[in-house]
Design a protein around this ligand. Structure first.
Ligand SMILES: *Cc1c(COP(=O)(O)O)cnc(C)c1O
Length: 249
């Protein structure tokens, strides 16, 4: 068995155990593979054993992997900071969902392109539940009004919320981030906004996805636990200062 297959079995078991803890159905949690820096042949390996939901952080990587992955049907979510000048490429290179919608200028730009291409896009709203200034996302206090504003763009299908929790060894602090996202989901659901559905909560990564599942995650985004550690620090992908695309890896 390959290392990827081994790791996937371990992750599956962890997901199943977490679901059991809180009496959730295993089917209520989707496993998204975070494939940043992972080469297409390794992603194809995961596809072959049935894992076809992936997430990329950079438009440049989406473009580079497009040809090598297109032979296998799969679902591609964008989970990184999206610059408005990359919107055209996101639509061109097969992204099925943008999980990181976090500003009106981006919603506006997406809407314009989608209208002109006669398309729609599924989106999740990224919320900065940790309050760390280095992380992207709408402030929790602004989340409800942000969703209301975005819901006026008919091309954008809001399907839920996404967050990157606090990085901390203190799991109860991490849990508060997940709980906050869940409470925002409930709050927004109650508004019954036209065209807005709140079925997805994308939260939890390699080191904290069990807690996220306990708090209601429907999508967990797992990279390291499946593909091993990356050479680039995550700050390269997440921090304001370094988030500009630096070209190919
Ligand atoms: C890299 C990444 C993940 C996965 O992180 P791991 O710790 O490798 O599991 C999840 N979400 C986002 C937004 C990421 O950039």
């Amino acid at each position: 068995m390959s290392d990827i297959q081994n790791h996937l079995e371990v992750v599956q078991q962890r997901i199943a155990n977490a679901c059991k803890q809180v009496h959730r159905n295993r089917d209520s949690v989707k496993l998204l593979l975070a494939t940043k820096t992972v080469a297409p042949n390794r992603i194809q390996e995961a596809f072959k054993i049935g894992y076809t939901l992936i997430g990329e952080n950079k438009v440049q990587e989406v473009k580079e992997k497009f040809d090598a992955l297109r032979s296998t049907p799969h679902e591609l979510h964008f989970i990184g900071h999206l610059q408005t000048n990359k919107v055209r490429d996101v639509l061109k290179f097969g992204v099925n969902c943008i999980q990181s919608l976090d500003r009106i200028s981006l919603a506006e730009k997406l809407h314009q392109r989608l209208v002109s291409e006669n398309k729609t896009m599924t989106v999740l709203i990224q919320v900065n539940t940790s309050g760390e200034p280095s992380k992207f996302g709408v402030a929790p206090l602004d989340a409800v009004s942000f969703v209301e504003q975005v819901s006026s763009y008919a091309t954008l299908k809001i399907r839920g919320l996404m967050t990157i929790a606090l990085f901390s060894a203190e799991i109860e602090k991490v849990r508060l981030c997940f709980r906050l996202l869940k409470s925002l989901q409930n709050q927004i659901s109650r508004l019954n906004l036209p065209g807005v559905e709140m079925e997805e909560l994308s939260m939890g990564m390699s080191h904290d996805f069990e807690t996220a599942i306990e708090e209601g995650a429907t999508i967990v985004r797992v990279g390291t636990a499946v593909f091993g550690s990356r050479i680039y620090p995550d700050s390269y992908y997440w921090n304001e200062q370094t988030s500009a695309d630096h070209g190919s890896l």
